[in-house]
Design a protein around this ligand. Structure first.
Ligand code: NAD
Length: 352
């Protein structure tokens, strides 16, 4: 018999096509009358849909969200919130925009409606990572968790194919690590396997036709399921290493996840063969690590840390950082093992 503890977070999720049409109703449900619309670069098209849907409710806008939520940007946006007297936050964009919305909600107590346009999953977690003086500090609290999430597949159609691929593997990483998490339970197992399977089936369809609405819907559904896993159970080696590499070497978030995940799977495989078998089954491949690597390579990558701009001279430091604080992982962390994993990822070697 399995023994577990499951704690879930409250979430109101509206999912479908054309669901931004429900924005006004959802904002009013939270008592909002004066909305600050938060977005970021390259989000003009999605922001326009949201602006139109909100009509006269938008009192001010801030379109300066950037990756890793620097506190200086949050301070600028806070000034806009206060000057406008906003009583509700609506954000549209990927994890970077959601991060800014969460940082504002934490400081003001304002309710949030988040409209995600990538598959990062941040919208469904109570976690916020902020950068101050070049260091990323992560915290978790109920005040960070968005009240309402509106998933609208139509707003993801403009997400470029390469970002769609890496963002999907970012979602897959949440699901993979949930399966071997120390907090794993039957609910997150089910969500994780469903997410992995939907992503593996959707990505080749999306690569063939980036406007495939059905494939986009599968990816968005998987993003929600995988994000729920991330919100519910503790992550392990993979998330720790991505956090370290992103923070210390300024590597792009979703791309780093995409390169590392097959190598972390290969590293952990001997310690949890049953989970690896279930991941392989969900991916519909004989072996999880090499199967995922082949999927990513067939879609055009990225497959190496080198192509992301990671200096080879940084590998030893990265291994040191990954080993610095103890955290749960199926396989014990050894310097030799982590250095080997990072070297393989840097070179883009196919896991055997
Ligand atoms: P992102 O939000 O930076 O988006 C990636 C790029 O895609 C950006 O240039 C963005 O403008 C563009 N984009 C997004 N949607 C688009 C659309 N529909 N059309 C055209 N372009 C679009 O990247 P991300 O990977 O979604 O998020 C990364 C950030 O989120 C990181 O800071 C990461 O730490 C954080 N994150 C946090 C959590 C959490 O639970 N706290 C979870 C996942 C990610």
């Amino acid at each position: 018999m399995r023994t577990f503890v499951h704690t879930s977070h409250p979430a109101r999720v509206v999912f479908g096509s054309g669901t931004v049409g429900r924005l006004t109703e959802e904002v009013r449900r939270l008592g909002g009358k004066r909305v600050l619309l938060v977005s970021g670069p390259a989000l003009d098209e999605a922001a326009q849909h949201v602006r139109e849907a909100l009509g006269g409710l938008v009192i001010a806008e801030f379109d300066g969200a950037v990756m890793h939520t620097p506190v200086e940007v949050t301070e600028q946006a806070l000034t806009v919130v206060r000057e406008a007297g906003a009583d509700c936050l609506v954000s549209v964009g990927g994890g970077s925009t959601t991060g800014l919305s969460k940082a504002l909600a934490l400081r003001t107590g304002l309710p949030q409606v988040v409209v995600p346009t990538t598959y990062a999953g941040s919208e469904i977690t109570p976690v916020l990572g902020e950068t101050r003086d070049g260091r990323k500090i992560t915290q978790s609290s109920a005040a960070i968790l968005p009240e309402t999430v509106i998933y609208d597949v139509d707003l993801t159609l403009s997400l470029p194919l390469p970002t769609s691929i890496t963002s999907s593997v970012n979602a897959m990483a949440h699901a993979v690590e949930a399966l071997y998490s120390v907090d794993a339970n039957p609910a997150t197992d089910h969500q994780a396997l469903e997410a992995i399977s939907r992503i593996a089936r959707a990505l080749p369809r999306l690569a063939a036709d980036p406007a495939d609405r059905g494939a986009r819907a599968d990816l968005l559904m998987a993003a929600w399921l995988a994000g729920t896993c991330l919100a519910t159970v503790g992550m392990a080696l993979h998330h720790k290493m991505c956090h370290t590499l992103g923070g210390s070497f300024d590597l792009p978030h979703a791309e780093t996840h995409t390169v590392l995940l097959p190598h972390v799977l290969a590293y952990n495989a001997p310690s949890d063969p049953d989970v690896m078998r279930r991941i392989a089954q969900a991916l519909d491949v004989p072996d999880a690590a090499s199967g995922l690597y082949d999927l990513v390579a067939s879609l055009g990558g990225p497959t190496s840390l080198r192509e992301l701009g990671m200096p080879e001279s940084g590998l030893a430091d990265a291994a040191e950082l990954a080993l610095a604080t103890p955290y749960p992982n199926p396989r014990d962390l050894t310097r030799e093992g982590i250095e080997g994993l990072l070297t393989d990822a840097w070179n883009g070697r196919r896991p055997e």
